[in-house]
Design a protein around this ligand. Structure first.
Ligand SMILES: Cc1cc2nc3c(=O)[nH]c(=O)nc-3n(C[C@H](O)[C@H](O)[C@H](O)COP(=O)(O)OP(=O)(O)OC[C@H]3O[C@@H](n4cnc5c(N)ncnc54)[C@H](O)[C@@H]3O)c2cc1C
Length: 367
């Protein structure tokens, strides 16, 4: 390739993509607008499929050594308490995971610019023109052979280049860290009710991460602050929380559910920048890492013929993630219904093994 490939965004999707591109010998630049380590709204849990993807970029041993293993899911569902054993699963703070990934990208020989933000100006048959802006006010125009947009839910950096196919709507995310003395290690708690759902997990460093998807809509403001809504959901639930002290700012996201054209010519999108459903199945990081890895192979295999990369990627990404996203949509629409929540709570509290096929399906290896 006459020019390097640029990855915009150093979250899990962008970093895995850059790492794999380097493993395949491609010249890569990555720009990240935040100074790491940085927190972000996330439940911080990775299941079996995500661990398999991390293995492909040589991070399995690292995550098993530094993450907190998760062995049980406790749910408060339709007024019942549900307990389901888990075989695999890791909780790890995004500060730690994303910082390690980005450091590995840098060590792999990629050129990393951070904190620098990027914006795509134009796409032609030969290259993509991008403006890079540093915190010090410096501005540079650069050309790349292809650009991978991995800029997350805010999807900045793309301007109008990749139009929405489904505008952002639905629940929004909110999270904070808390001190919850009673909460055990190795257990994910999830309270689901009419307000949405909230997950609680103890991280590798002892902090408890509390992350929620809260129903939006016109009554949103009347319902109170995200922090109070989350605390009230936990209080109403059957989770054994005890006293809880919020120890950080509350971070919120825009509406979560969205999708967009994931490629056009030499510009492609992966991770949350290409679309998102909801966090209920805890797969967002896995989807981002899987697509980062696959896209890197598509780029490397193209041997510089990148004119139709976007169109090829639209097809490949649908094959890769289509059924996983559909399962997540189905589960979350069931959760919205109070009779279905009640039925699921009744069933799973008595027969938790009914959840085994679903968990195996979610943890299946990447195709
Ligand atoms: C409430 C909630 C709970 C969740 N829980 C889980 C969970 O338990 N497990 C799970 O796997 N997933 C979970 N997710 C989803 C997960 O957080 C995301 O799917 C995942 O972080 C997406 O990764 P990404 O790399 O696409 O984007 P991000 O991680 O958001 O990274 C994007 C990066 O791009 C940078 N950036 C943005 N614009 C620019 C620009 N113009 N120039 C340069 N850099 C830029 C940002 O600073 C950021 O670092 C949850 C989400 C929510 C909302």
């Amino acid at each position: 390739m006459s020019q390097p490939v640029l990855v915009i965004g150093g979250g899990v999707a962008g970093s895995v993509c850059a790492l794999r591109l380097r493993h395949r010998g491609v010249d890569v630049h990555l720009v990240e607008k935040e100074r790491f380590p940085r927190a972000k709204v996330c439940g911080c849990c990775i299941g079996g499929t995500g661990i398999s993807v991390l293995q492909r970029v040589d991070l399995r041993d690292w995550i098993l050594a530094h993450g907190q293993p998760i062995r049980k899911w406790i749910g408060s569902l339709g007024g019942r308490s549900v307990q389901i054993p888990l075989d695999s699963g890791i909780a790890i703070s995004r500060e730690r995971l994303d910082t390690e990934l980005l450091a590995r990208v840098e060590r792999s020989g990629a050129v990393v610019h951070s904190p620098v933000s990027a914006a795509v100006d134009s796409i032609s048959d030969e290259h993509v023109c991008v403006t890079l802006k540093g915190l010090d006010g410096s501005v540079q125009a650069q050309k790349y052979s292809a650009v991978v947009l991995a800029s997350g839910l805010n999807a900045s950096g793309s301007k109008r280049m990749l139009p929405w196919t489904e505008l952002p709507h639905g629940p929004f995310g909110a999270s904070f860290f808390a001190k919850v003395d009673q909460w055990p290690t190795g257990v994910i708690g999830m309270a689901c009710d009419r307000e949405g759902y909230v997950g609680v997990v103890r991280l590798e460093d002892g902090r408890v991460d509390v992350a929620a998807a809260l129903n939006a809509g016109s009554a949103k403001l009347a319902k109170g602050s995200p922090k109070n809504r989350i605390l009230e959901m936990l209080e109403r639930s059957h989770l054994p929380i005890g006293s809880i002290e919020v120890t950080s700012n509350v971070r919120v996201t825009p509406p979560l559910r969205r999708s967009r054209l994931s490629g056009r010519g030499r510009l492609v999108a992966i991770g949350d920048a290409s679309g998102y459903v909801e966090p209920f199945t805890g797969e967002g990081m896995t989807w981002g890492m899987m697509s980062g890895y696959e896209l890197a192979d598509l780029i490397a295999d193209s041997r510089g013929e990148l004119l139709t990369l976007g169109e090829q990627w639209c097809l490949r990404q649908r094959q890769l993630l289509g059924s996983r996203r559909r399962t997540c949509r189905l589960l979350t629409s069931i959760l919205q219904n109070s009779a279905a929540r009640y039925g699921a709570g009744q069933l799973l509290s008595r027969f938790p093994r009914f959840a085994t096929p679903l968990i195996a399906h979610l943890n299946r290896p990447p195709d």
